[in-house]
Design a protein around this ligand. Structure first.
Ligand code: TXA
Ligand code: MG
Length: 317
């Protein structure tokens, strides 16, 4: 069982001893460890039961620290970093050899992010190594958005969890890289395409190619609850039999006990929907029901990233 608290020194001590720490970010909680220590990186994969072909993101607190870890930053990516860091943006950059191959699953590029959370930024500022941090959930399961979620699932594997409260954004960072001089989005996330395009113009989206060799981790089935999970354009009551929990956008279904329903945002606000997504999926997964039915949200702004998570939760195997 891990200690949960706000003691940055204690978190730092654990990391210096090669242990893993739960870190709050504005997107989801991370399972952090010294990215430069191969043994620690291996223990991250083991703690999550994560396949070694699924690379990790490294986290730091300042752009100027990056030059130790990566070669030059292409201008469009630098523009995005300057504009959106700290924030829900991850960029792919050519790595220096100081970053163990295990971090990147043998790829030449490493994923980098400056997260926006005061506790984690304070911790990172006291470290002379970046933190490799995947989302702090067992591989394939729903990502954690509170310290308690981390404790519930990985409490045995971490020594300390920094408690930053509930994550403000609630879904993972948007991953952007460059291919043949063109900007490409590899994972839809907490920074919308609209926001990115307002800075750098039209970008290409490749987040659904599960066979894309650049991003071996973007696996089709992910974020999955343990319960059977059905996804529809619009949920209609009575079409499916069994005892059902409903994950809905902004309106309750008539004739169903509201205890079995979760509204992502009663006011139809996609930001709020993103904040609630993983929490409600967990709650439904823990109800005594046979299956979960969910519906897509409007496919704009953060809605695209939410729909992406719903699709992956619904994908089998
Ligand atoms: O918001 C986030 O990004 C959170 C917080 C903790 O920062 N982290 C997170 O990490 O979502 P994780 O490990 O759950 O997802 C990282 C994904 C990998 O599955 C992979 O798809 C992609 O990032 N990735 C990492 N390194 C990559 C690389 N070198 N090339 C391509 N894709 C990479
Ligand atoms: Mg993850």
């Amino acid at each position: 069982v891990a200690t949960i608290g706000v003691n940055i020194e204690e978190a730092k001590e654990s990391l210096l001893q090669g242990k893993l720490v739960g870190i709050p970010t504005e997107t989801v909680y991370g399972l952090g460890g010294n990215a430069l220590d191969e043994k620690v990186v291996l223990s991250i994969f083991q703690a999550k039961n994560r396949p070694s072909f699924d690379p990790l993101i490294i986290h730091t607190d300042r752009l100027d620290k990056l030059k130790n870890f990566v070669h030059e930053i292409p201008t469009p990516l630098l523009c995005l970093a300057n504009r959106f860091w700290p924030g829900p943006l991850t960029i792919l950059l050519p790595k220096k050899s100081i970053i163990p191959d295990l971090v990147t699953s043998g790829l030449d590029q490493v994923a980098v992010r400056i997260p926006d959370n005061p506790l984690t930024l304070a911790l990172l500022s006291k470290l002379d190594f970046p933190l490799a941090a995947p989302s702090a959930n067992p591989f394939g399961y729903i990502s954690p958005t509170t310290a308690q979620h981390v404790e519930n699932q990985l409490g045995e594997q971490v020594s300390y969890i920094l408690d930053g409260g509930a994550c403000e954004i609630g879904i993972e960072s948007t991953i952007v890289g460059m291919e043949a001089g063109e900007l490409v989005i590899y994972r839809l996330g907490g920074l919308s395409i609209e926001d990115i395009e307002s800075v750098v113009g039209k970008v290409k989206i490749m987040s659904h190619s599960s066979s894309n060799p650049k991003a071996p981790g973007m696996i089709k089935s992910h974020y999955a609850p343990k319960k059977r999970f059905l996804l529809h354009d619009r949920v209609e009551f009575g079409k499916v039999s069994g005892s059902i929990g409903y994950l809905l956008f902004d309106q309750y279904l008539d004739g169903v006990d509201t205890q079995y329903q979760r509204l992502l945002s009663p006011t139809g606000d996609l930001k709020e929907a993103a904040q609630n997504l993983f929490k409600y999926l967990r709650e439904l997964d823990n109800l005594a029901i046979d299956l979960i039915e969910a519906e897509f949200v409007p496919n704009v702004d953060l809605g695209r990233a939410i729909n992406d998570r719903l699709r992956r939760a619904a994908a089998q195997g």
